[in-house]
Design a protein around this ligand. Structure first.
Ligand SMILES: Cc1cc2nc3c(=O)[nH]c(=O)nc-3n(C[C@H](O)[C@H](O)[C@H](O)COP(=O)(O)O)c2cc1C
Length: 269
């Protein structure tokens, strides 16, 4: 998992090759498996097979500044009901899905479609799916050009995201080593996030890790970023022998140095 995280990248260039037969069946099997893991509570995955149609309708409208990613197919994440918990679990399992897809040699990339008009989404995804906020591009990645440097999204340092006992109080690497959490926090930073904002903040307090999200200047947090990082945290914790689950404890706000943070959950370590 740690190696996987360090090397995982959003794939934005795909071969013009459809996913068919056994691989397609495996993807649909994964949808089923992960929805069941969530006890069919919060979301459904939907495969949009006609990637050309989705791309044509969303080009110029979806993604960062309307830069739509072209892929042979897309996966939609449809929430059963809009609630904080649904958004967190949907993104948790979507990231788990993306990890499983990479084992099938498939690349993927999140695409933000929140600001796309509902009428356009209804045409692209179907009437039942017009409220979808995020889709995932999937396909076989184009071979990388050895003469061109791969795009790389920088990451914050551990000290920028992990605090001791209270927000803003720095933690030493020695303390993290002593608690056996240095590797976990090194690798967790490679989780993807919307606009690569890396809004996650962690406080180590007694035998708990508290997860917070930094509130943006516009006063917003994106709970998708929370679900994704919670998934990687659970998987990385397993690699050091800690089998635990997040308890969602949302809506408490804290501030330090003029920066607001929203508490999301706690994990016993
Ligand atoms: C919720 C979410 C939405 C995203 N939306 C887009 C998007 O619309 N367009 C895009 O090119 N990348 C999108 N990304 C990809 C991030 O920019 C990318 O994960 C981040 O920059 C880190 O880069 P990496 O995935 O290559 O490590 C999104 C990521 C997340 C988690």
């Amino acid at each position: 998992m740690s190696n996987f995280l360090k090397n995982r990248r959003s794939v934005r260039e795909y071969k013009n090759k459809e996913i068919t037969g056994d691989v397609k069946a495996q993807i649909l099997g994964l949808f089923d498996q992960l929805e069941k893991e969530d006890e069919n509570k919060h979301f459904n995955f939907v495969l949009f097979e006609d990637g050309d149609k989705v791309y044509r309708l969303l080009d110029g409208l979806a993604g960062y500044s309307g830069v739509m990613i072209k892929s042979p197919h897309y996966i939609g994440i449809r929430l059963k009901k809009v609630s904080n918990e649904s958004i967190i679990y949907a993104s948790y399992y979507a990231e788990k899905l993306m990890t499983e897809l990479s084992k099938l040699n498939l690349g993927s990339c999140w695409i933000n479609v929140k600001n796309v008009d509902k009428e356009v989404k209804s045409e692209a995804f179907g009437e039942n799916n017009k409220n979808i906020g995020y889709i995932i591009a999937i396909g076989y990645p184009k071979a990388s050009n050895p003469f061109v440097e791969e795009p790389f999204s920088p990451r914050l340092s551990i000290q920028d995201i992990v605090y001791d006992e209270e927000l803003g109080r720095p933690i030493s690497i020695e303390e993290l080593e002593r608690r056996g959490l240095d590797d976990l926090f090194y690798y967790i930073r490679f989780a993807p996030s919307n606009y690569n904002k890396q809004p996650w903040r962690f406080i180590l307090k007694n035998n708990k890790v508290i997860l917070l999200l930094e509130v943006s200047e516009e006063g917003k947090t994106d709970l998708m970023d929370a679900g994704i990082v919670m998934y990687y945290f659970v998987e990385l914790a397993k690699t050091i022998g800690i089998n635990g689950e997040w308890i969602i404890a949302d809506n408490l706000y804290m501030a330090h140095d003029g920066v607001n943070c929203r508490q999301i959950g706690e994990f016993q370590i």
